[in-house]
Design a protein around this ligand. Structure first.
Ligand code: SF4
Length: 187
């Protein structure tokens, strides 16, 4: 696992497409019980070098009801975006999608190196499409078709605030189930 993480962190495969250059950001351990698969780092995370050190990370930890100490316990929780590097911005605003060559290259060996993972959180449509195929994010979050291994979440960006107001069942029904699933996976 150590060599695999070092190889991933040294990756330059799509450097020509990355406006700030490669800086793969991921965490993992052979003892990890839970894995968070998300979209791609933003600029704050690109600078910090630590995943989820932004407002989205605060929101995600609140959803999971986890302290930063537990959230960043690499022995228990792996973090693997669909694109490991910041992809840049779209002309109309918002971040570009994760680089398409990244997950096919790095996810299979990294998942194989984390055999104790019981629960995979799929945060956002890109992660859900890779692991569950085509589908609508809101329907997946409500129906949770991937349980018990996969738990679907919206990406916890600022856009989720309005989405959660339109879908109040997320807070009253989904988050309690999520917290139970996280507790069981980490126990
Ligand atoms: S986004 Fe992925 S494939 Fe591209 S350089 Fe970073 S780690 Fe490599």
């Amino acid at each position: 696992m150590k060599e695999l993480l070092e190889s991933a962190r040294a990756c330059q495969l799509c450097a020509a497409h990355l406006p700030l250059g490669p800086r793969p950001i991921l965490r993992g351990s052979p003892t990890a019980r839970m894995l968070i698969v998300s979209q791609a780092p933003g600029t704050k995370v690109h600078i910090s070098g630590t995943p989820w050190t932004d407002a989205s990370g605060h929101r995600l930890r609140a959803w999971l009801n986890l302290t930063p100490e537990v959230f960043y316990d690499e022995a228990r929780i792996g973090i693997l975006p669909m694109g490991l590097c910041y992809p840049g911005v779209l002309p109309k605003g918002g971040d570009k999608p994760p680089r398409p060559e990244c997950a096919p290259l790095w996810h299979p060996p990294l998942l194989a190196a984390m055999p104790m993972v019981r629960l995979v959180l799929l945060a956002g449509g890109y992660a859900q499409s890779r692991y569950l195929g085509p589908g609508l994010m809101t329907e997946r979050v409500r129906g949770q078709p991937g349980l018990p291994r996969f738990f679907c979440l919206p990406h916890p960006s600022w856009r989720t605030v309005g989405w959660a107001m339109r879908n109040p069942w997320f807070e009253t029904e989904t988050l309690p189930i999520l917290r139970d699933a996280v507790s069981a996976a980490l126990r």
